[in-house]
Design a protein around this ligand. Structure first.
Ligand code: UFG
Length: 331
């Protein structure tokens, strides 16, 4: 039996495919290559290029391949873009998941691990954030991920599809060997932007606000290494295969770092200057997001091992410094 990885050519999805294949799983990838990269595809995975909103396409894959579980990374994930183009997010994220669940019902596939987000919580009342806290998203992106969770909840009741929803905090880093890494066009995430500045590809990084109610005034986030994040997906798959009930877990490190602290750490790791300027706040940014990941540790047995931001930045730097143009071919 194979695991169907939707979005397996993207940053997080490709890391999942590599770990699944390392663990001896057979993998089938679906990706429309809108934000994914052909060069991020694992050579041992079967690949189908196409869009999850195309039911005929998805049905043909469930018919050709023998799939026992799905891991769903195929979503748009930029908070800012989701506020400018909300219907794009409802279409790809929510409607795409609806088509997927229909195909799973028709082909009797009963297990799904789902890539969710801390953006489902919105501005938290307190930190660390527990899974039981209110979910009041402040962005269309967060709203669509919460809606996707609800689609799974009600589909389970009617059709018995079990799901594990993993709410990610700030994912960064890369596979240690740097065959794959983070490459978004355009890039909006903090760690790659810091490292592109260290490489001289940007004149400076703009810090979005230094007047937050935090010790140094810049936003605090909880950074999790992409490899630790993916190990939780493999455990979630095992949990579902062992008959675990549908569930929701936070994935973070339980520690917070400010934007300024991340820049300082990157200066140490890279040995380069990283010029920074203070700019205006970015709309929709909560001041502090820190996860409690105790539930994932207790229920799934998750044991993240790469929890220092030094290691996260070091592995990200290993990728960026050896692939300064990302997946684009050198000229
Ligand atoms: N930041 C800057 N300058 C930049 C880029 C980012 O100061 O050029 C700051 C942001 O304001 C924020 C922090 O760095 O305070 C992290 O920003 P990211 O864009 O890297 O990440 P976000 O916290 O906005 O969002 C990420 C994911 C979302 C997810 C969220 C959950 O992109 O999908 O984490 O915590 F929902």
């Amino acid at each position: 039996m194979s695991v169907l990885v939707l979005g397996g050519a993207g940053y997080i999805g490709s890391h999942a495919v590599y770990q699944l294949i390392d663990q001896g799983e057979k993998v089938v990838i679906v990706d429309n290559l809108e934000t994914g990269h052909r060069d991020a595809l694992h050579p041992k995975a079967a690949f189908y290029e196409g869009d999850i909103r195309n039911g005929d396409f998805l049905n043909s894959i469930f018919e050709k391949e023998s799939i026992d579980a799905v891991i769903h990374f195929a979503a748009n994930s930029l908070v800012g873009e989701s506020m400018e183009n909300p219907l794009k997010y409802f279409d790809n994220n929510v409607y795409g998941t609806q088509v997927l669940l229909q195909a799973m019902i028709e082909h009797n596939v009963k297990k799904i691990v789902f890539s969710s987000t801390a953006a489902t919580y919105g501005e938290p009342e307190s930190v660390p954030i527990l899974e039981t806290m209110p979910t009041i998203p402040t962005s269309t992106y967060g709203e669509t991920k919460l809606t996707m969770e609800k689609l799974m909840k009600w589909t389970e009741q009617a059709h018995g599809i079990k799901y594990v929803s993993l709410r990610y905090f700030n994912v960064a880093g890369a596979r240690e060997t740097a065959e794959i890494g983070e490459d978004h066009q355009p890039e909006t995430h903090l760690v790659p932007i810091i490292l592109q500045t260290a490489l001289g590809q940007r004149s400076h990084i703009t810090i979005f606000g230094d007047d937050y109610n935090t010790p140094d005034g810049t936003c605090i986030r909880d950074y999790v290494h992409v490899e630790d994040l993916i190990s939780a997906h493999l455990l979630a798959l095992k949990y579902l295969r062992n008959g675990g009930k549908s569930n929701v877990f936070n994935l973070g490190s339980n520690k917070g770092f400010s934007v300024k602290e991340m820049i300082d750490e990157a200066k140490l790791v890279t040995g380069r200057d990283i010029p920074a300027k203070i700019g205006a706040r970015r709309a929709g940014d909560p001041s502090i997001l820190i996860a409690s990941s105790e539930k994932a540790k207790q229920v799934l047995g998750w044991n993240p091992t790469q929890t220092s931001v030094t290691k996260i930045i070091k592995d990200a730097w290993n990728w960026h410094s050896t692939h300064p143009k990302g997946y684009r071919k050198e000229v």
